[in-house]
Design a protein around this ligand. Structure first.
Ligand SMILES: Cc1cc2nc3c(=O)[nH]c(=O)nc-3n(C[C@H](O)[C@H](O)[C@H](O)COP(=O)(O)OP(=O)(O)OC[C@H]3O[C@@H](n4cnc5c(N)ncnc54)[C@H](O)[C@@H]3O)c2cc1C
Length: 486
């Protein structure tokens, strides 16, 4: 493989070896980025996953420039990422049929390299999930790390100097550090908190599907509505808004996907990996018809075009924001969805998993092998409040979409779309760890004052929970906090 070949791309620069062995459990976007960044920072890496082969399921997610900042150190992977990513151009419709916004990117006010004020497109990397996973796995292989499949973690343990994982196949795995990046269903809570902490329904579920674009582009009526834009590397997204329902469609050159957030009626499940619970497009159409008496023709036809067994009804699960991600002896740490769940409307679960990966690898590097437990706690301190704030944005977007002032929509089309604030997209998790490690360490060791600056300016972090937010939503109000979240 021509990975990192000197002719095409400069090689990846690896920091001096630290002697720290890292075991990553879970090869989702968080675990894969953790493996890559830990290797780059000089640690020795092993990564395992419960599946038998790379996960090829899934639709699209939006990745922010903050999450991919570390890709600049991986020239070939970065080039593949940039080639695969699409810039979303969102249009808005009401479920009654009226279009309130044409396909447009989000704009942001910022400054150029000379410090001059400019208004420019907010870069969003819209990726097919399996394609991005493939790019990360190829890069790992190029540095000599293969994902070891068929290891399902069933128990996390630790000693004073090792993290230990018991796999269902009887194998015992260990590392100086174990990163539990095994998603929502992680078994790590029993060690980290001393008890199980099950995720519960967020009250919403989402129909999701992705299939070849030709299914719609060869259909005379659908191909009139779904067209690629005449803008290089763009992808058109339609967002349909109605009472407690949001429908999203997306077209790229080769893939079409649609999804629909709706109230959880108890039928939804949470896995891509089984066809036993697939559902029928008619179920989704019925949700819309029940809500407003009819379903717009174009949506009905789109949904009915879904190939057989390709539609899932996926429960959106939730755990209240959980401040401690580190095991008592500091040898196991949770990362990504294992540490913090997200509702899809935040557009941030993958982003925060990737930022975690960069931050954690840097903290371990700064601490060195003798200070691993402290490194994990510093990373946790640097990351928790930011992650918790990004979790809130998901509920804000969802509830504010439900309670939107329809009459004001045409005048202010941006008000219902979850646009990332500057504090989200402009962040650099690696630099933040380098700049703040010593201050955060002093806070943990001797109680010196420390305040995170990677959350909205002017917002004083407060604990919150899902019930409070849902109650605001049920009262018909919008969720608003002090500080600059824009
Ligand atoms: C509809 C939808 C849309 C979304 N859109 C966005 C978006 O636009 N932007 C965004 O940032 N996020 C988005 N997200 C969230 C994002 O997909 C997740 O937050 C992200 O995938 C979390 O990554 P992860 O690596 O932590 O976990 P996962 O992706 O869940 O990966 C976990 C890995 O661990 C493995 N595993 C599980 N259990 C075990 C075990 N016991 N032992 C070993 N391995 C195990 C799994 O096989 C998997 O490979 C969306 C989510 C949904 C549902």
């Amino acid at each position: 493989m021509a990975q990192n070949s000197a002719e095409a791309y400069p090689p990846v620069e690896r920091h001096p070896e630290t002697g720290i062995s890292v075991l990553v459990v879970g090869a989702g976007v968080g675990g894969l980025c953790a493996a890559l960044e830990c290797w780059r920072k000089g640690h020795k890496v092993r990564i395992v996953d419960r599946t038998s082969k790379p996960d090829t399921g899934g639709d699209f997610f939006s990745i922010s420039p903050a999450a991919t900042k570390a890709f600049r150190h991986w020239p070939e992977m970065n080039a593949k990422h940039l080639a695969a990513a699409r810039q979303p151009y969102n249009a808005n419709y009401l479920l009654t049929g009226e279009q309130t916004r044409k396909h447009m990117p989000f704009m942001v006010d910022t400054t150029d390299e000379n410090g001059k004020a400019v208004t420019t497109v907010l870069t969003q990397y819209r990726h097919s999930r399996p394609k991005l996973h493939g790019i990360l796995i190829e890069q790992l292989a190029a540095i000599g790390i293969e994902v070891e499949f068929n290891h399902k973690a069933i128990k996390y343990e630790e000693t004073a100097d090792k993290g230990i994982v018991r796999s269902e196949d009887g194998v015992i795995l260990e590392g100086d550090v174990v990163i539990a990046a095994d998603g929502l269903g992680t078994a790590s809570y029993e060690l980290v908190l001393g008890h199980k902490l099950r995720a519960r329904s967020s009250g919403y579920a989402i129909y999701r599907t992705a299939f070849p674009a030709e299914v719609v582009t060869r259909d005379p009526q659908l191909s009139q509505h779904y067209r690629l834009l005449d803008i290089p590397k763009s992808t058109p997204i339609d967002i349909w808004l109605g009472p407690h329902i949001q429908v999203f469609t997306q077209l790229t050159e080769d893939i079409f996907s649609w999804s629909m957030v709706h109230k959880d009626d108890g039928k939804a499940q949470e896995t891509w990996h089984s066809t036993s619970h697939t559902c029928e497009p008619a179920d989704a159409i019925k949700h819309i018809e029940d809500a407003q008496g009819f379903c717009p023709e174009i949506l009905k036809k789109t949904m009915l075009a879904t190939p057989k067994d390709k539609l899932l009804d996926w429960k959106i699960m939730w755990r209240d924001s959980q401040p401690n991600w580190v095991s008592p002896q500091g040898r196991v740490i949770q990362l990504g969805d294992a540490a913090h769940t997200f509702v899809p409307s935040s557009g941030n679960g993958a982003n925060q998993a990737m930022e975690d990966a960069t931050s954690l690898a840097s903290c371990l590097q700064l601490a060195g092998k003798d200070d691993i437990p402290l490194a994990l706690r510093v990373h946790n301190l640097l990351r928790f409040e930011r992650v918790s704030c990004t979790q809130i944005t998901g509920f804000q977007a969802q509830i504010n979409r439900n309670n939107v002032d329809i009459n004001a929509l045409t005048a202010k089309p941006d008000q219902v779309v979850g646009k990332w604030g500057r504090w989200i997209w402009a962040h650099d998790p690696e630099q933040y760890a380098y700049d703040n490690y010593e201050k955060a360490k002093a806070h943990l060791v001797s109680g010196a004052p420390f305040e995170n600056t990677n959350i909205p300016a002017g917002y004083k972090f407060k604990p919150w929970n899902i019930d409070e937010l849902l109650a605001i939503g049920d009262s018909g109000k919008q969720i608003v906090f002090e500080g600059d979240w824009s």
